[in-house]
Design a protein around this ligand. Sequence first.
Ligand code: A2P
Length: 274
Amino acid sequence: MNLSSTLKLNNGVDIPLLGLGVFRSEEGDETYNAVKYAIEAGYCHIDTAAVYGNEKSVGRAIKDSGIKRGDIFVTTKLWNEDMRRGRQYEAFEESLEKLGLDYVDLYLIHWPVKGEYVKSWKVLEQIYKEGRARAVGVSNFHIHHLDDIFAASDLVPAVNQVECHPELTQVELALYTQSKGIVFEPWSPLGAGQLLGNETLVSLAKKYNKTSAQLILKWGLQRGFINIPKSVHKERIIQNAQIFDFTVSDEDMAEIFKLNLNKRTGADPENFSF
Ligand code: A2P
């Protein structure tokens, strides 16, 4: 396994195991440089969203890096307000335009906005059928949200991207998601950076001569997940990719699971106000 290793989505499309996340990465030089560093380091997967406000910088960095379009996997997401205003298709086209692309690899419904997400899924179906997204999926969906999609559509989401890290292990949701052939993709895999000083993680990581960030990311990989850690620092972006040369033992995997507190760093999909 290495940086270009992939998992197969339920429609046969390959998704690279490791991507760069750009949530809270500023539009302009910060995002532009992070994406450039990542591609230089061998990343071939970038995860952004309309609401992050940095799709233009992501697109510019991809273009300037010289990487071939077919060699980079780009995800973006449909924002809540665009669902409420019934402008899903327009929002998708705006994302493409900002990214400077004529298709994305993965397009996700960002949050399960009540009364809107099933309707929005129909638009994603259309976008998928038109070949403008190679795969479509969801984010922040709990089991009952997924079930609503299954009841309304024959198109099964390719991915469910949800907050997940050692203090929010998401065992039930991840297993349910995976049992439906949907790839589980944690956001904030490092607990938004707050877990990196955790004593248990730091001491377990030392055994492997790795950092706590690398240990956490490998724990996710070994659960069969896609990892999209965010960093804007070159050395950290490189470090977060150096996770393919060790294996976390079963005992240590179990130790990490014990850190679960069902603690979120972000909003609860059952109850969010944006
Ligand atoms: P920065 O962008 O300043 O490098 P998550 O992906 O869980 O949301 O975590 C992102 C946070 O973790 C960011 O604050 C990021 O900071 C920090 N971070 C990412 N990778 C590392 C690393 N290898 N070492 C230390 N901090 C990291």
